[in-house]
Design a protein around this ligand. Sequence first.
Ligand SMILES: [Zn+2]
Ligand SMILES: [Zn+2]
Length: 329
Amino acid sequence: MRAMVLDSAARLTERNLPIPEPGPRQVLVRVIACGVCRTDLHIRDAELHPPRLPLVLGHEVVGTVEAGGSEASRFAAGARVGIPWLGSTCGVCEFCRRGAENLCDQARFTGFHIDGGYAEFVVADERYCHTIPARYGDVQAAPLLCAGLIGFRALRAAGDPKRIGLYGFGASAHIIAQIAKGQGREVFAFTRSGDTEGQKFALSLGATWAGGSDQSPPEPLDAAMIFAPVGSLVPAALKAVRKGGSVVCAGIHMSDIPSFPYSILWEERVLRSVANLTRADAHEFLKLAPQIPIRTTVQEFALEDAEEALDRLRAGRIEGAAVLRVRQP
Ligand SMILES: [Zn+2]
Ligand SMILES: [Zn+2]
């Protein structure tokens, strides 16, 4: 099979690899599309260090089941499935036992511990795969699997804000803006300074206001979510939220947060992060997405153009989400 492999030289190269064999509880999935997530970019740029190289990235995988291992029975051959970041958990640690499998001590992540979807085939534990809602095309569905569902987890962590700020209007924010709007919230979008295209895009998705992240919102926010990996946005967001408001950092990596005066955290403002996802999050989100209905804006790339997709993501030149189209349906 063809795969884009991250090797020790920290770049993706096209290689021919053997098609993987599914283990007992795994399914072999023929990949149709795979979303390009900012986490992939952090791994590619050696800001996050996977436990082994070479590695196949990609954890927003949409494909069809080709075959199952000896104990796999959940999906029939041909079934369309989605494979997200959470690849497996131990089921017995204190986090797993209390419903926080996203924090499992032994969690294994797709495209990090396990080879992911920048390839023609992938194997995945069937218990961590999800059925994709029928209304979505393969490419359109891919960004739901991380940008959408981890963003959804972050939105819930923000409480019940009437006015919510989204810092970094990329793959996640363009989905979360639609959910927040659907829930009757007012969305304030913050883009890179001077990114008028991004601001127009945010307004087209129903944002009440859009501006640069160096600007103050016209009204104090009840909560803010930070998707851009930029630590200086933390004090900026704290300044933008009212008393008792919360700031949620939704990414896996961020540059250092500069020191800031206690006065901007004082008065019961809350600063927190969100990590990974649970299967329950995915279940709930994939049910909600077609009801809103969320529409994803995607920019398609061929599998062999994965590096270009990552370059554009780094430069902020993707409207919505980048997705690798691995195979025509
Ligand atoms: Zn566990
Ligand atoms: Zn991701």
